[in-house]
Design a protein around this ligand. Structure first.
Ligand SMILES: Nc1nc2c(ncn2[C@@H]2O[C@H](COP(=O)(O)OP(=O)(O)OP(=O)(O)O)[C@@H](O)[C@H]2O)c(=O)[nH]1
Ligand SMILES: [Zn+2]
Length: 202
């Protein structure tokens, strides 16, 4: 994995003006971005979201998942905290790509759950790679993070790639009648930590 900084610019958003930093993985040609808010230098852990691309949820308002809601909530919390970072990783569909995710959704329309659908297509339940995160954070001068996620396996994977996760911060938003089953499968089969009380509060 070779991550190279390419360019940065301002990105005004509804929650404030972030700095968008573009990186390229020169081995795969994939691009990834960091959205940085405030001063993220120093020893104090930085509030962070490591978000995997979900075109349908993040950009197209899909209610099949919770991704878009989590993206917005994370950006809002970062701006409220005054400092933070969101890494937006281009690994759509837990790493299987957009077209395979549509195939997986088709299987889910016929009754499979999110894990079974991946398996029926010949993929593991989660094909994501987090090796780009530590070099991206290092480039930004971030030493440790308080990570917004419900996924303890993501925390464990990040630690094996050298990311210093000081704390896991729950990020439960966006539950609706279309994604109830999907969220239940994430809890039952993928180990996500979510509680009814948390959803009720959001
Ligand atoms: N293969 C597949 N990918 C999906 C599906 N629904 C969402 N995704 C992808 O899942 C990724 C987000 O992962 P999630 O499992 O929702 O959540 P997480 O990032 O592991 O955990 P959190 O940090 O708590 O959000 C994005 O890349 C989505 O495109 C699905 O049904 N099948
Ligand atoms: Zn999604």
């Amino acid at each position: 994995m070779t991550i190279e900084y390419v360019a940065d610019s301002k990105l005004p958003m509804p929650w404030g003006t972030f700095t968008m930093v573009g990186f390229e993985d020169t081995e795969t040609g994939k691009d990834h971005i960091a959205l940085v808010y405030g001063d993220v230098s120093g020893d104090e852990p930085v509030l962070a979201r490591i978000h995997s691309e979900c075109l349908t949820g993040d950009a197209l308002f899909s209610l099949r998942c919770d991704c878009g809601f989590q993206l917005q909530e994370a950006l809002k919390r970062i701006s409220e905290a005054g400092r933070g970072v969101l890494l937006y990783l281009r690994q759509e569909g837990r790493g299987i790509g957009l077209l395979n995710k549509i195939k997986a959704y088709h299987l889910q329309d016929q009754g499979a759950d999110t894990v079974e659908a991946n398996e029926q297509l010949g993929f593991a339940a989660d094909m994501r790679d987090y090796s780009m995160c530590d070099p991206m954070l290092a480039h930004l001068g971030i030493k440790s993070v308080n990570l917004m996620t419900n996924n303890p396996r993501k925390v464990a994977a990040l630690k094996t790639y050298g990311v210093n996760v000081a704390e896991r911060v729950p990020l439960q938003v966006g539950k609706n009648s279309h994604n109830e089953q999907y969220l239940a499968t994430k809890m039952g089969k993928l180990g996500h930590m979510m509680t009814e009380e948390h959803f009720n509060k959001d």
